[in-house]
Design a protein around this ligand. Structure first.
Ligand SMILES: [Zn+2]
Length: 380
């Protein structure tokens, strides 16, 4: 799509009206008040979205049929591809873990990619079928839940975790999965939602409606309820074991913190730090920051708005990475099933921890960051 000449947009966050001049390649327009990115311009952006999304989809297909990981220990060899890894989880009665892993790593990213291809093709042909707004909404809604790159990091962490117990080698499909995650990330980064919305509305900028008091109240209450739920779930997530390791008939439970400590003791300091940050520090920090933000908008504070909105954006961006440890468990369980010799089973904390991540992600989405900019007036 061609660059616009000049444009008046109302910032959807702080409702400031901003006049935007014609943008050059790789320039973006940022709201002067709240620093929200209003619109960006990349030359041939739509073509790039199409090309990268299509490549990512091809890599996704290639990551399915071939060998993903091979594992050798005590003279036994065990290889898995991605679908058989999921099947192993289902066969051992970990259906919930199988559903979460397959949705987050393959099905939702795949749906996002197909959606991006449909949107980019429609935009290139300047054709607006009736279902296009729906597809656009769906792609935006699925984006935070598509976690291929997080699964990739989780797989690497689990490889480091088991190098002491066995020889692990990576197969063809693993390389394809790297291509899939990388191209998915690039095509999402090329897709500018504001520019697409403008094209969809024939150049007419959407005018955001101010929040009503009822909406503000509902957002604050929902956020409190979700944060409270997350706090409750955080207890079993850390107290109960996230997985069990069975080595020659002896079963050892591992908690999240226990896993961090044993990684640290075995000398894998960077991995221990990654797990500590992703599984312990990020969820706690997220709950504390969201509670502080929600309290400040409930009290209608008007100070340090820019600081608060920065904290909010950081919270929203990093929260999904807490899923690393859940994927580590899923990969280890799928890969290491050798009966009494060596087996790994998921613990109750895996699901509780998953729930903490999901509930805090939903809390961050429910918290309406517009409240930071326009404290509603008490009608008393
Ligand atoms: Zn703004």
């Amino acid at each position: 799509m061609k660059n616009h000449d000049s444009l008046a947009l109302v910032c959807e966050q702080c409702h400031t009206e901003v006049k935007i001049p014609s943008l050059e390649h790789k320039q973006r327009a940022v709201c002067p008040v709240c620093h929200h990115t209003l619109i960006a311009y990349k030359r041939n952006g739509t073509e790039k979205v199409l090309a990268f999304a299509f490549s990512a989809l091809m890599f996704l297909l290639l990551s399915l049929p071939f060998n993903f990981l091979t594992f050798k220990a005590s003279g036994q060899k065990h290889s898995i591809d991605l679908p058989s890894g999921i099947t192993v989880l289902i066969e051992h009665d970990y259906l919930s873990l199988a559903i979460i892993t397959s949705l987050a790593t393959v099905l939702l990213p795949g749906a996002v990619l197909i959606g991006l291809i449909v949107l980019a093709l429609a935009q290139l042909n300047n054709h607006k079928p009736f279902y296009l707004p729906r597809v656009f909404q769906l792609v935006k809604a699925l984006l935070p839940w598509s976690m291929a790159e997080i699964f990739l990091v989780g797989t690497l962490v689990s490889l480091i975790k088991i190098t002491e117990l066995a020889d692990v080698s990576i197969g063809m499909s693993f390389y394809a999965f790297i291509g899939f995650s990388a191209f998915t990330a690039i095509s999402i980064a090329q897709f500018d939602t504001t520019r697409f919305a403008l094209w969809l509305r024939q150049g007419e900028a959407p005018s955001p409606k101010p929040l009503s008091q009822a909406q503000a109240n509902a957002s604050i209450q929902r956020t409190w309820a979700l944060l409270f739920t997350a706090c409750l779930l955080y207890i079993p997530a850390n107290v109960l074991p996230i997985m069990y390791t069975e080595l020659f008939g002896q079963e050892t439970p591992n908690t999240i913190i226990g896993g961090v400590i044993s990684l640290w003791e075995s000398g894998s300091y960077p991995v221990a730090l990654i797990i500590l940050i992703a599984s312990v520090i990020v969820p706690v920090a997220k709950i504390i920051i969201l509670a502080w933000l929600n309290y400040s908008v409930q009290r209608q504070k008007t100070n340090s708005q820019l600081l608060r909105v920065r904290y909010y954006r950081a919270t929203e961006a990093i929260g999904r990475w807490s899923m690393i440890d859940v994927f580590v468990v899923a990969v280890l369980v799928a890969l290491i099933q050798m009966g009494n010799t060596l087996s790994i089973y998921p613990g109750q904390a895996a699901l509780a921890f998953c729930a903490v991540v999901f509930v805090t992600m939903i809390a961050a989405m429910t918290f309406d960051s517009r409240l930071i900019w326009q404290p509603w007036k008490k009608q008393q």
